[in-house]
Design a protein around this ligand. Structure first.
Ligand SMILES: *[C@@H]1O[C@H](CO)[C@@H](O)[C@H](O)[C@H]1NC(C)=O
Ligand SMILES: *[C@@H]1O[C@H](CO)[C@@H](O)[C@H](O)[C@H]1NC(C)=O
Ligand SMILES: *[C@@H]1O[C@H](CO)[C@@H](O)[C@H](O)[C@H]1NC(C)=O
Ligand SMILES: *[C@@H]1O[C@H](CO)[C@@H](O)[C@H](O)[C@H]1NC(C)=O
Ligand SMILES: *[C@@H]1O[C@H](CO)[C@@H](O)[C@H](O)[C@H]1NC(C)=O
Ligand SMILES: *[C@@H]1O[C@H](CO)[C@@H](O)[C@H](O)[C@H]1NC(C)=O
Ligand SMILES: *[C@@H]1O[C@H](CO)[C@@H](O)[C@H](O)[C@H]1NC(C)=O
Ligand SMILES: *[C@@H]1O[C@H](CO)[C@@H](O)[C@H](O)[C@H]1NC(C)=O
Length: 478
């Protein structure tokens, strides 16, 4: 046991050796040409300290990062020693967690003489720099626009009404008010063909220094679904039939992506719809003529023909009236579902069938099908084609409140799971049923994408989701 006075002396020596220090839950931005000498940093004490290193420029061939949580090592390095660890950096990001009961030291080894910038963070509540597991969400594209969403935050809480005053809300005519604060999301996109973004260090500070294509015509907060609020971007000025790579930077520290999406061909005629409070998930291209009274060239609640919105809200209201003839909240028709669940599922289904979605075969799809390197599914089969259905100018619109289009187009059918969710959530007396896969369900729905075609095949569809990270959209899920 060392006398206390000597321990104090050792600690003092340690603090002197590490000329700079990292504060808890703070990020230090550094440049190789501007490091303390020696390049060591004292680390704060914490039960579980997570240290992260993020490269903000691509030069870093020989630079290595070492840490120790031992008070008897003052310059951890490649020679190792008790409680000396290397932070391995992969694609520009290094993460290391351990107990640092008495603090410790971080040392930078082999600093290049080139201009190399990076960040170091130390936190007692998880990594400060991170590639998030959740991807951004694509709403839809036109030939030169894209509707994109950040990761969700602040999910809504539903408080079910209770008997005897079981009052369900009517269709929302105005959007709920957004939360006071939100993460700071920054959108970055670039044509995929140049391959630049994916070959860079996958860190927020690196991506933040990159130029983005297109221009953001509108950025707002939108409560699209139960997952929560998202930042919604409407991008304009993109090129037709182009594959783009997207990242979202969160609070300058975390990165989400890459997500790929493809713009439609120059012939694609359908404008985007968004900002519809009664159908918040309708954020895609719909078969209507281009709106002439919109700065953004989209349909929103101010310019959507009232014939469409009025019919829809009348259905909502009538459905709610019928549903509440049942003694909701007193007589339970299911141990799992309530009238409020039924109403939400029905509204969602009604939105997905009332707003037909325009789609288009993606240029790469044919190669995906015929090539043996197509993404194999869990069943080993090649990827399917999307649930597209051709519409001629004489086809009756799928929703009679929509006018006929002057040009042929294709609709992307709703995923049948939206229908089945309403079927499951609603009481039998409403008589809500979905067509069966073995008959003709595929004439009105996308079947077999999320769930398999048979009733008990939940999650067994090919590819198992409505849309993927690569820019394929298989069926319409609102
Ligand atoms: C240093 O880290 C190791 C491995 O996580 C741990 O077992 C040890 O208790 C730590 N020492 C201190 C002083 O925190
Ligand atoms: C320490 O924190 C990291 C990051 O949050 C976590 O992955 C790890 O499991 C934690 N370790 C312990 C021992 O709690
Ligand atoms: C019933 O609930 C609604 C909505 O929560 C509320 O506006 C109304 O005042 C309540 N009525 C009674 C009689 O409690
Ligand atoms: C959000 O991040 C951007 C990009 O770094 C920055 O310019 C902006 O000031 C930040 N906004 C807020 C509110 O922090
Ligand atoms: C985005 O567009 C919506 C709907 O047109 C509009 O209400 C909102 O003010 C716009 N936001 C910005 C920042 O332009
Ligand atoms: C709603 O119900 C009223 C009264 O029962 C009926 O006249 C109307 O046609 C219904 N509307 C729709 C869209 O079903
Ligand atoms: C629809 O399903 C039927 C019966 O399963 C099948 O024969 C037909 O090929 C399918 N049509 C399409 C377009 O997938
Ligand atoms: C977009 O590019 C990525 C990367 O090359 C590729 O994996 C993906 O399949 C492309 N998406 C489409 C729909 O062509």
């Amino acid at each position: 046991m060392l006398p206390e006075i000597l321990l104090c002396f050792l600690n003092a020596a340690l603090i002197q050796a590490a000329t700079a220090s990292l504060s808890l839950n703070a990020i230090l931005s550094l440049n190789s040409q501007d490091l303390p000498s020696p390049p060591t940093f004292s680390l704060p004490a914490a039960q579980n300290l997570t240290i992260t290193v993020a490269y903000c420029s691509s030069e870093a061939v020989s630079t290595r990062f070492f840490v120790t949580n031992s008070t008897s090592v003052d310059d951890p390095g490649p020679d190792g020693g008790t409680d000396v660890y290397e932070i391995t950096v992969n694609q520009g990001l290094g993460t290391f967690s351990a107990r640092f009961l008495d603090g410790g030291v971080l040392a930078i080894d082999g600093v290049s003489s080139n201009d190399f910038s990076f960040e170091i963070g130390a936190s007692d509540s998880g990594p400060m720099h991170e590639v998030l597991a959740t991807l951004p969400l694509l709403g839809d594209t036109t030939s030169n626009q894209a509707l994109l969403f950040s990761l969700p935050f602040d999910p809504p809480t539903f408080t079910d009404p209770s008997y005897p005053n079981y009052t369900l809300p009517g269709p929302s005519l105005s959007p709920p008010s957004p939360p006071d604060s939100s993460p700071n999301f920054t959108l970055l996109i670039a044509p995929t063909s140049s391959q630049t973004l994916t070959s860079l260090p996958q860190t927020a500070c690196m991506m933040a220094s990159q130029a983005s294509s297109g221009n953001i015509a509108n950025e707002s907060l939108w409560l699209r679904d139960e997952d929560g609020w998202r930042t919604q971007w409407i991008l304009a000025g993109l090129s037709p039939q182009t594959n783009y790579t997207t990242y979202i930077i969160q609070d300058n520290q975390k990165l989400s992506g890459p997500l790929y999406f493809v713009t439609k061909s120059a012939l694609f005629d359908c404008p985007l719809a968004a900002f519809l409070p009664y159908c918040p998930g309708v954020t895609y291209a719909i078969p209507l003529p281009s709106p002439d009274n919109s700065d953004l060239s989209i349909y929103d609640s101010t310019n959507l023909p009232s014939s469409i919105s009025d019919t829809l809200t009348a259905y909502f209201t009538n459905f709610t009236t019928t549903l509440t003839t049942q003694a909701c909240g007193r007589d339970y028709y299911s141990p799992l579902q309530t009238c409020a669940d039924c109403q939400r599922a029905y509204f969602r289904w009604l939105c997905s069938v009332s707003f037909p979605r325009c789609g288009e075969q993606s240029p790469s799809t044919t190669t995906t099908i015929s090539s043996s390197t197509g993404t194999p599914s869990s069943t080993g089969l090649p990827s399917p084609t999307s649930a597209l259905q051709a519409q001629t100018t004489s086809s009756a619109p799928r929703n009679s409140a929509f006018p006929s289009m002057d040009t042929p187009y294709s609709v992307l059918l709703p995923c049948i799971e939206t229908c089945q969710a309403a079927d499951r959530a609603c009481p039998n007396f409403l008589g809500f049923t979905c067509p069966l896969a073995r008959f003709n369900a595929n004439q009105s729905y996308g079947v077999g994408y999320i769930d398999g075609a048979e009733p008990d095949q939940q999650g067994l569809g090919i590819p198992g989701e409505a849309q993927d990270q690569w820019g394929n959209i298989w069926c319409n899920s609102v």
